[in-house]
Design a protein around this ligand. Structure first.
Ligand code: UD2
Length: 335
């Protein structure tokens, strides 16, 4: 029998690595999950073991009718669907805009019309761009560099606008380089840690774009999952129409990250260097105090613990996550 206290969550991008982690967490707290994914970068393997417990719909957020029907009866939307890549957006800004902005506006209209309680959005630290001040605080003026960063920031503004104009409660979580199990390592646009870990486990040489002094506030996926659940529960007066950093408040540069990974994976080779990527941000580090104060967020898993868990997961996968690690080809560079 259905529990009337159960909430229904719609997770966009449910077959992606963050979406599929969220789905598991929402089911674990006893709520219902509906998911939508066009499987452009997501994979049904990521949700295979929970497929029987979720209402999965293979559809694109650009199909307005599918989105409208997906929003019916939903309490919370966790909007993760995106083409999440700086270099891909540099190659294809129109595609980035369609998947990251047009799709978001479609979803917002459908969520508003279906009277969804709250929409939590996967925003991006890329919005800060190359402003010199560290750590990044939400009140700093954004300065996006890549089309991807612009698209994520535009979607944030849409979120805020839908709160102001239609009282649809929206919360933007600016993710700082999320990594962890199920992140796809097989595309040239994959996140650096997914690529490096799978390459190094196979004894293949990873490539650093630039001199390796660029730094990131790498954030283990469980921290982002926790932030989403907290963002649904927090009082509207404190969080609706607002932006929150989701990160650890620590950063590591790529050279030191490579050294830590060498130790953890047992890789004995060296790294190679290639030209810096166009659209790349040099340093990224978050001030997480707003999320701590208003969401009750605390990063529970630090960088090294997150790396250990992630390496363990890739090791547990036959054939290292079912595919070859990403080649280092086809990414635009600055030179
Ligand atoms: C951006 C956002 C992040 C998230 C992500 C979505 C920033 C600071 N972060 O991540 O929050 O939205 O986009 O994808 O804007 N690199 C190598 N070798 C490789 C792959 C990458 O050296 O094989 C470098 C890359 O040039 C960059 C760093 O590693 O300096 C991180 O790259 P990434 O693609 O993992 O993530 P990033 O920072 O573009």
């Amino acid at each position: 029998m259905m529990n009337l206290l159960m909430a229904t969550y719609l997770i966009t991008g449910i077959a992606g690595f963050i979406g599929s982690s969220l789905a598991r967490a929402v089911l674990a707290q006893g709520d219902q999950v509906r998911g939508i994914d066009n499987l452009s970068t997501g994979k049904t393997e990521n949700i295979a073991e929970i497929m029987g417990r979720v209402d999965f719909r293979e559809a694109d957020l650009l199909e307005i009718q599918a989105v409208q029907s997906a929003c019916v009866g939903v309490d919370y939307v966790l909007h993760q669907a995106a083409i999440p890549s700086v270099p891909k957006s540099v190659l294809d800004p129109l595609g980035s805009n369609r998947s990251n902005v047009d799709a978001t506006v479609n979803l917002l209209v459908a969520a508003r019309d279906a009277k969804v309680k709250r929409v939590v959005f996967a925003a991006s630290s890329s919005a800060y761009g190359d402003t010199p001040t560290l750590p990044k605080h939400e009140d700093m003026p954004p300065n996006p560099i890549s089309p991807y960063a612009v698209a994520k920031l535009a979607s944030e503004y849409y979120m805020i606008s839908f709160y102001r104009c239609y009282a649809l409660e929206t919360v933007c979580l600016r993710y700082f380089n999320i990594f962890g199990p199920r992140q796809d390592p097989t595309s040239p646009y994959s996140g650096v840690l997914a690529k490096f870990i799978t390459q190094m486990l196979k004894g293949e040489q990873p490539t650093i774009f630039g001199d390796g002094t660029q730094s990131r506030d790498f954030t283990y996926v469980d921290n982002a999952v926790e932030a989403n659940l907290l963002a649904c529960r927090a009082p509207a007066g404190e969080v609706a129409g607002r932006v929150f950093n989701v990160a650890t408040g620590q950063r590591a540069d790529l050279n030191e990250t490579f050294r830590v990974l060498k130790k953890l994976t047992g890789y004995t080779g060296e790294v190679k260097y290639a030209p810096e990527r166009a659209g790349d941000v040099k340093h990224s580090l978050a001030d997480t105090s707003r999320a701590e104060n208003y969401l009750g967020y605390k990063p529970k898993i630090d960088f090294e613990e997150g790396l250990q868990r992630t390496i363990e997961w890739y090791r547990s996968q036959e054939n290292v996550a079912g595919g070859r690690p990403a080649p280092d080809l086809g990414v635009p560079s600055r030179i």
